[in-house]
Design a protein around this ligand. Sequence first.
Ligand SMILES: NC(=O)c1ccc[n+]([C@@H]2O[C@H](COP(=O)([O-])OP(=O)(O)OC[C@H]3O[C@@H](n4cnc5c(N)ncnc54)[C@H](OP(=O)(O)O)[C@@H]3O)[C@@H](O)[C@H]2O)c1
Length: 311
Amino acid sequence: MSETSALAANLPATPRILIAGNAGQLGRELESIFAGVGPIVAVDRESVDLADDDQTRALVRRAAPDIILNAAAYTAVDRAESERDLAYAINEQAPRVLAQEALERNALLVHYSTDYVFDGSKPEPWIETDAPNPLNVYGASKLAGEQAVANIGGKYLIFRTSWVYGPHGNNFLLTMLRLARERDRLSIVDDQVGGPTTSVQLARATYAIVTGILAGRFGAPQDWAGLYHITCGGAVSWFGFAQAIFTRAAALLGVKAPELTPIATKDYPTPAARPRNSVLSNAKLQSRFDLQLDPWQTALDETLESLCNCA
Ligand SMILES: NC(=O)c1ccc[n+]([C@@H]2O[C@H](COP(=O)([O-])OP(=O)(O)OC[C@H]3O[C@@H](n4cnc5c(N)ncnc54)[C@H](OP(=O)(O)O)[C@@H]3O)[C@@H](O)[C@H]2O)c1
């Protein structure tokens, strides 16, 4: 990567990178894939509490990054209903501080958001210009974070993604595999549809876009800064996703599938309401960055195979 091309974005060819939330699903994949791009400072909640503005500012000043990848978030959707202040501190205030610091340093900030900013009422996939209307505290706090970053401006990318899972952490896939060992029967919600997306695919896409920016392939910041939907291809209900998980896990891992029953959301009450349709159109991402994530079925197989290789 030449000095001249990185100049298109006013970033050094070998940028210093700060990764917040490196113990999370996405953060650990980002840390691994960005290893060769430049020196990395990666932090988890143990070392820096992003709910504390002073700690967040001190972190950025100490790390002196050219690129900030913010994979930290308050992601406990149901718990957020009773921990509103904490959810907003991490999902709104921390990104605001990171965006202020990034602007001051002329650094690039990559921030992630969620399909839960939408109310699910649209039958088609949601696009970036659709009006958000979150149904729960988590979605509202993430929307507030998006707005804080966008209002500060500068070199920023907001990637809205959905139904994130992978080989590590708390997620639907690993919960299903655990329940398969514990139960013979499972009831799964069939009237919420979304786009399951792996942490690995998300990290890979982030890498392709950021290194493309550094290589000058996408032009100046005003050509690429903004909000993008970024998910694996296709759509499925939680029930359909569970069916696919057990079919493929039986074939790849020899997992004995439980008997599955589709149920309605009203028969599985949770503290936080969730959108019925939160499928995100990736058309803007494709046209701006010429990039498409794999279909969710391919990404599921890739994840199960990686679990298989770990065993
Ligand atoms: N997971 C999903 O289904 C989903 C769906 C749509 C969008 N997203 C978005 O995608 C991004 C990545 O999500 P993910 O699934 O990788 O999340 P994750 O696995 O929950 O990781 C988030 C990380 O942030 C850390 N964190 C929380 N509070 C913190 C604090 N006060 N200070 C420092 N670190 C803190 C967490 O640490 P602890 O583990 O110690 O709490 C955790 O390691 C987030 O922006 C999320 O909102 C996720």
